[in-house]
Design a protein around this ligand. Structure first.
Ligand code: GDP
Length: 434
């Protein structure tokens, strides 16, 4: 693994945090390249649970350099809370590097997020309300404030004197009663800048040097492919590109510098918030998976919708990302079912389709078609240690069949298998003989 990008292959929450944390053992540098504090990773280290929103999971391993690259939008108050929280728990953050090109989420972004979502009435996109969409919109509109400006008080003051009156006019136009106090924002944000300054640098240069020296760099995606702003279920998507190509753009390195791309997928499917979800389950089965899998969002606490594994989605994700391996997570949650269904294709207006439609009206008319596979019993804790020690051949035989089915249908090898929440409950199949 000289350089490896790890991205979500579904609608996010695939368990990327744990996989990245596992792979971070081998890395020198761990990089976040897109998204904001709408990403939520839970990583269990021993008995301790860490919830990260802004920081790359690699931060939990003190010897690594953790980078928040240019493609990320940063809420500095939230980032500092996270940094302080880790320090209190004895974790060092001295190896944190933040791109001077990353954009800052400002208080008016959060107010505008709420005001805009309020105006959408029947067409809400299910934003987390953290100002991430408006911050990316300002980046594209050339109205953003970058970290390099946040840490320079004079520059920040100059930018705010132009932006605050503009944003207040926008808030008024959207019918919001909230207004931004320029002086208050300047005081608060220059203090954030002062505290974060030691971490802010040219991370693109840092990464280019690291790659030239053959250091192992891990790029950690947030959300998932189906939430990609171009290729996901638009408009029910996130505000950035979540696919592997953005690991390059979002970090300031060439696309040719990425050697491997792992897609993280649950052994079933979940989706949080609004938007289409062809293999969604309702009733008892859905509740059963949600409860067993603890399907409640790390960032929002919202319940996740649950459904069967969708291979149309996985193939779409592979076509976009070019996976060189799959990390199949939470397969333990599927234990105890007599039979399991996997969606192999859809029918659309009576015709078979294996492509994921861009038009949501067409997607709504798609009917998922399933292959039924036999289930397996939960792996007893006693047997689990043997499985983790001895590997693939000791897995329940129907679980192996399930894995092989996914591999055959997607054309991608399962390289990591998630068998539980703990860091140690990951089966590394990269050296498996086929
Ligand atoms: P992420 O945003 O993709 O990192 O996903 P989250 O952290 O939001 O959600 C994944 C949840 O599943 C977390 O609570 C993880 O601790 C948990 N998890 C990850 N992998 C596994 C696994 O293989 N088995 C089980 N049972 N839980 C897992």
């Amino acid at each position: 693994m000289p350089t490896l990008a790890v991205v979500g292959a579904q609608w996010g929450d695939e368990g990327k945090g744990k996989i990245v944390d596992y792979l971070a053992q081998e890395a020198h540098v761990v990089v976040r390249f897109q998204g904001g504090n709408n990403a939520g990773h839970s990583v269990k280290v021993g008995e301790e649970l860490f919830k990260l929103h802004h920081l790359p999971s690699g931060i939990l391993r003190s010897s690594k350099t953790a980078v928040i690259a240019n493609g990320v939008v940063i809420d500095p108050g939230v980032l500092l809370e996270e940094v302080d929280g880790l320090r209190k728990r004895g974790k060092s953050v001295k190896n944190l590097r933040i791109s001077e090109r990353a954009h800052v989420i400002m208080p008016y972004h959060k107010l505008l997020d709420a005001a805009e979502e309020g105006m959408r009435e029947g067409a809400k996109v299910g934003t987390t309300g953290r100002g991430i969409g408006p911050a990316y919109a300002d980046k594209a509109a050339r109205l953003g404030i970058r970290m390099g400006e946040l840490v320079d008080q004079d520059l920040l003051e100059e930018r705010l004197s132009f932006l605050v009156p503009l944003k207040n006019k926008m808030l008024q136009a959207l019918g919001s009663d909230s207004r931004i106090d320029e002086k208050k924002v300047l005081d608060e944000y220059s203090e954030y800048g002062r505290r974060l300054k030691v971490h802010v640098t040219d991370t693109g240069g840092l990464l280019s040097d690291a790659i030239a020296k053959k250091r192992r760099v891990l790029f950690e995606g947030a959300q998932g492919t189906m939430l990609d702003i171009d290729h996901g279920t638009y408009p029910f998507v996130t505000s950035s590109n979540t696919v592997s190509g953005n690991a390059a753009t979002g970090s300031g390195i060439p696309a040719t510098a990425i050697d491997d791309i792992f897609g993280v997928t649950k052994a079933y499917t979940t989706r949080v918030g609004e938007g289409p979800f062809p293999t969604e389950l309702f009733g008892e089965l859905s509740t059963c998976i949600a409860e067993k899998g603890g399907e409640f969002g790390t960032t929002t606490g919202r319940n996740r919708r649950c459904g069967w594994l969708d291979l149309v989605v996985l193939r779409h994700a592979h076509a976009l990302n070019g996976f060189t391996g799959l990390a199949l997570t939470k397969i333990d949650i599927l234990g105890g079912f007599d039979e399991l269904k996997v969606c192999t294709h859809y029918t659309l207006d009576g015709r078979k389709t294996t492509r994921f439609p861009a038009d949501l009206r067409r997607l709504k008319r798609c009917e998922p078609k399933y292959q039924v596979l036999e289930g397996w019993n939960d792996i007893e804790p006693k047997r689990m240690s043997k499985v983790l020690r001895e590997g693939f051949s000791t897995l329940p035989s129907n679980m192996r069949k399930y894995i092989r089915f996914v591999e055959r249908e997607t054309g991608v090898r399962v390289v990591l298998l998630g068998l539980g929440r703990r860091r140690s409950e990951t089966l590394d199949l990269r050296k498996r003989r086929w």
